[in-house]
Write a protein that binds this ligand. Structure first.
Ligand SMILES: Nc1ncnc2c1ncn2[C@@H]1O[C@H](COP(=O)(O)OP(=O)(O)O)[C@@H](O)[C@H]1O
Ligand SMILES: [Mg+2]
Length: 246
């Protein structure tokens, strides 16, 4: 089954063409990393898949359904989850509280709401299980703002996983991380269930090939290359872009 089909998607912001006819598809269970320099259109493409931006033209299908104009929550109910490039945790709450909010799909919180979630044993158990599974149990009761940036990025990924998505979108989960922290995130992604379809944005080519067998490269709103490690490394336009020649 095909998880995601992107057909000739374009997005204009006023006079800026952020996406210029992007077509791409992922089979269920496939992992693909999206490479490309800053401003290439990678995050915009993620937004059009997640529904936070509606494409100017083109079509997007998720597990066979046309989602092109669907609101984000309807896409989430169809199995899509994403992390954001900027941290979107609640810094004054504990790690466990953040996971509870993610499990409940809550975007806004009140003190009362949080209290009633915390009293639910089943939710607590599920949140602790998730943290245990990802080696973050020791941080459960720490306030998020006291964690390292690397740990915060890992918590973000766990939050995206809390709904057991069928398609996971990761926008530069390793951005700003040390080599050791990057390795931890790479291992985390590699350990995800094989039936989960993953589309990840990454800026480092070596990291990209650690995560996926297939890589796509974007440049100036277009998909300019797609293939395995050998094909991407042999691509002249890709190496020119990465060497800053283009
Ligand atoms: N909301 C927006 N309004 C106007 N221009 C935008 C907006 N979002 C992105 N852009 C522009 O679209 C282009 C692609 O940006 P983006 O998708 O963030 O690239 P990437 O994630 O590959 O770095 C850039 O030129 C950027 O300035
Ligand atoms: Mg981006």
């Amino acid at each position: 089954m095909t998880a995601l089909v992107i057909e000739d998607v374009a997005k204009n912001f006023g006079g800026v063409s952020a996406l210029r006819g992007v077509s791409l598809s992922l089979e269920a269970g496939e992992r693909l990393v999206m490479l490309g320099p800053n401003g290439a259109g990678k995050t915009t493409l993620f937004h059009t898949i997640a529904g936070t931006i509606i494409a100017t033209s083109g079509k997007i299908s998720l597990f066979g359904d046309d989602i092109t104009n669907m609101p984000p929550d309807a896409r989430a109910r169809r199995g899509l989850a994403r992390t954001f490039q900027i941290t979107n945790l609640f810094p004054s709450l504990t790690v466990l509280q953040n996971i509870l909010l993610a499990i409940c799909g809550a975007r806004e919180i009140t003190f009362q709401f949080l209290r009633s979630m915390e009293s639910r044993r089943d939710l607590q158990a599920r949140a602790r299980e998730l943290l245990e599974q990802w080696g973050l149990a020791a941080s459960a009761d720490q306030t998020v703002r006291n964690l390292s940036y690397g740990e915060q990025r890992q918590i973000e990924v766990v939050m995206a996983l809390s709904g057991e998505p069928r398609l996971l979108l990761l926008d530069e989960p390793t951005a700003g991380l040390s080599p050791a922290e990057t390795l931890r995130v790479v291992e985390m992604v590699r350990k995800l269930p094989r039936n989960m379809t993953i589309l990840m944005i990454e800026h480092d080519m070596d990291v990209a090939f650690e995560v996926a067998e297939r890589v796509a490269v974007m440049h100036q709103g277009r998909l300019i290359a797609e293939g395995d490690e050998a094909a991407i490394r042999a691509n002249k336009q890709v190496s020119d872009i990465y060497l800053g020649l283009e």
